[in-house]
Design a protein around this ligand. Structure first.
Ligand SMILES: [Zn+2]
Ligand SMILES: [Zn+2]
Ligand SMILES: [Zn+2]
Length: 480
């Protein structure tokens, strides 16, 4: 009877399901892989019959950089006891039939309520951007620890699904790097679980271990027991004692039969014979050949890493709501032609005083926000972050006057103070700069479409500069 009432209220039309005041989209294996069209639904019901398809859809949502996607409630249907950790950790549950949709409403409400509590500001580094996503996911799902799972689909043999989903296959070593970073920032506590060894060249974990000849590095060797005959003192490989007729061992030196191990002979060790260079030796070398890059490394030089279970610290638990505070960002001091945020604020304060005292003077603040730049940093690598920002700065510099000044607020925000220009002219300059930067990125980074939002405004004479720029950045981030 309860089922019947519930069923009556569930409306189903063209894969869109409505119940109560919530809307669901039902994704089947025949549905589009373009997930952008699912942004406005409250939740997703995902048909899990096709394993690969299920994984792809989950990855698309959870690796997205927008909250509307990566925190979207996802429920599986037709899920046949799937033990894949990636799928289990990254969905909000399973339903057996659409009749159970009413049972998901509480979870959806809970997640949506928690999303409203999240702090949302510009990340000042790629680590903060990714780890804040992880913390947001954990907070909205009431998860307090990060567990490693043995996982064949990764290059290191382990995955932490909530983190790993943000990286491509073969980038799994970066998952360990961000965990090390988060541990240093006191966001998580480690509990030892296992140790792994990685290639010293590419950090891959798919290694083939071989015992090899110390003389020629060949793995083509034969090992046999070494035999010590007590009566005559002869020591030699066991094959020297064998004959073709029976299993009795005869000493090649004194011709006596060997009788009892431990009484008239023993096997003190093993002897190795290289089939390639004929060398005979007792101790072989162990090397690990990387399946990914073919580097052959002496095992003592492999990179060893601990695989830990991590618990959120108090700082970790509150950072979803308050933001991750890290003092690491120092780029502004390093890029020529820019000032850091503190000096920028001081200069802007004087600027404000200058324009207050003379109505003929004016000054403008321009903020550039590169909303998807972390996707680009991820593709080109952290080390190129500085040179890319330096390029942006020189584009801006060549379109403003030497008296104007530039500040890199963080890797995705650059602000500029432009003096004694009308706001109309400033807006034209900003459009020109934006076009040049977009084109520069597109031509140099594989047609990457950098999304730039900008805001230009006269400097306020009423509110403090800090307040004004804070509001501008907040608006830009929320609109992007
Ligand atoms: Zn390698
Ligand atoms: Zn050899
Ligand atoms: Zn003998």
């Amino acid at each position: 009877m309860i089922n019947k009432i519930a069923k009556d209220k569930i409306e189903f039309k063209d894969n869109v399901i409505s119940f109560f005041n919530k809307s669901f989209y039902f994704i089947e294996s025949s549905s589009s892989l373009m997930i952008d069209q699912y942004e406005d639904y409250d939740a997703i019901i995902l048909d899990a019959r096709d394993f690969d398809f299920t994984r792809i859809i989950i990855k698309k949502f959870r690796s997205h950089s927008k909250i509307e996607f990566y925190l979207k409630p996802i429920f599986l249907i037709n899920n046949r006891d799937n033990e894949d950790p990636f799928i289990k950790e990254l969905v909000d549950g399973s339903i057996v039939s659409f009749d159970q949709i009413p049972e998901t409403i509480n979870d959806i409400n809970q997640i949506q309520m928690r999303i409203t509590q999240l702090e949302q500001s510009v990340a000042s580094s790629i680590e903060i951007q990714i780890f804040k996503k992880v913390l947001n996911y954990m907070f909205t799902r009431s998860v307090n620890n990060l567990k490693p799972y043995a996982d064949m689909n990764t290059s290191i043999g382990y995955s932490y699904p909530i983190i790993s989903v943000n990286y491509d296959t073969f980038e799994d070593a970066k998952v360990l790097e961000i965990l090390e970073w988060a541990e240093k920032e006191n966001l998580i506590w480690p509990d030892f679980h296992d140790r792994i060894y990685l290639c010293s060249n590419c950090k891959g974990g798919h290694l083939s271990y071989r015992e090899i000849c110390p003389n020629c590095n060949s793995a083509n060797m034969r090992s046999e027991d070494l035999v010590h005959h007590f009566p005559c003192g002869y020591i030699g490989a066991i094959s020297d004692f064998k004959n073709n007729i029976d299993t009795v061992l005869n000493c090649p030196k004194c011709s006596k039969n060997l009788r009892h191990i431990g009484v008239d002979y023993d096997k003190p060790s093993i002897i190795n014979h290289c089939q390639n260079c004929n060398e005979v030796f007792q101790d072989y070398t162990v090397k690990a050949k990387c399946i990914q890059c073919a580097t052959d490394t002496d095992v003592q030089f492999l990179i060893s890493k601990n695989i830990n279970v991590y618990k959120l610290t108090k700082k970790g638990r509150t950072s979803a709501l308050s933001g991750i505070v890290s003092s690491e960002f120092t780029l502004s001091d390093e890029v020529v032609g820019t000032v850091n945020t503190k000096i920028f604020a001081t200069m802007m304060h004087y600027e404000q005083e200058r324009i207050k005292s003379n109505i003929n003077l004016s000054s403008n603040i321009v903020v550039f926000y590169f909303s998807n730049i972390f996707d680009l940093y991820r593709a080109i690598g952290r080390s190129k972050e500085k040179s890319l920002l330096s390029e942006f700065v020189s584009v801006i510099r060549s379109n403003i006057t030497p008296a104007d000044f530039i500040c890199i607020n963080n890797p995705s925000v650059i602000s500029v103070c432009i003096n004694d220009e009308t706001i109309e002219n400033v807006k034209i300059m900003v459009m020109k700069i934006t076009d040049i930067i977009e084109e520069l990125v597109m031509n140099n980074f594989d047609r990457f479409q950098l999304e730039i939002s900008t805001h230009a405004a006269p400097i306020s004479k009423q509110i403090s500069f800090e307040k004004q720029i804070q509001n501008i950045i907040k608006d830009l981030v929320e609109q992007a």
